[in-house]
Design a binder for this molecule. Structure first.
Ligand SMILES: [Zn+2]
Ligand SMILES: [Zn+2]
Length: 151
């Protein structure tokens, strides 16, 4: 995410929290900003490392609590296969997205195809499974990396 977009995402996050009557504290905002600034997903440890440059002795539980809050509010997503987090670029509506993870450059793209979540839900329901959260992560090579390879 780059500057104008980053500012917009942070402003939107703030407005959403006000609307929902929840508090986007400085710590939470810092975690969100770090995730949105990064061009790669960050693990909780990496986040903690980056926070050390900004505040004195950030405590791991604080980072985890901030992440829980941001996940709950749909402002960030967790990538299960990488044990890492990414900022969401369109947090204004609840969504189950799919993630395309490039194993060459580490870039992660979020796509939102409602038909994917609908068919997953139906597949679960057919066998009596109650889906809490569909996790869809595609591992592969992004368009830029494929292009570079062909050069
Ligand atoms: Zn999202
Ligand atoms: Zn790539």
């Amino acid at each position: 995410m780059h500057n104008p977009e980053l500012t917009q995402v942070l402003e939107q996050a703030e407005a959403l929290c006000v609307e929902r009557g929840v508090r986007l504290t400085d710590q939470r905002k810092t975690v969100l900003r770090l995730l949105c600034e990064s061009d790669k997903p960050l693990s909780a440890y990496e986040l903690l490392d980056r926070m050390r440059n900004l505040i004195k002795n950030p405590a791991p539980p604080t980072v985890y609590r901030a992440l829980d809050f941001l996940l709950e509010q749909g402002l960030v997503h967790k990538l299960e296969s990488l044990h890492a987090y990414v900022g969401c670029t369109h947090p204004d509506h609840p969504h189950a997205s799919q993630f395309l993870i490039c194993d060459e450059c580490g870039e992660v793209a979020e796509v939102e195809d409602p038909s994917v979540s609908t068919s997953l839900k139906a597949a679960g329901k057919a066998v009596g499974f109650r889906t809490k959260r569909p996790v869809v992560e595609l591992l592969g090579t992004c368009a830029q990396c494929i292009e570079k390879r062909d050069e």
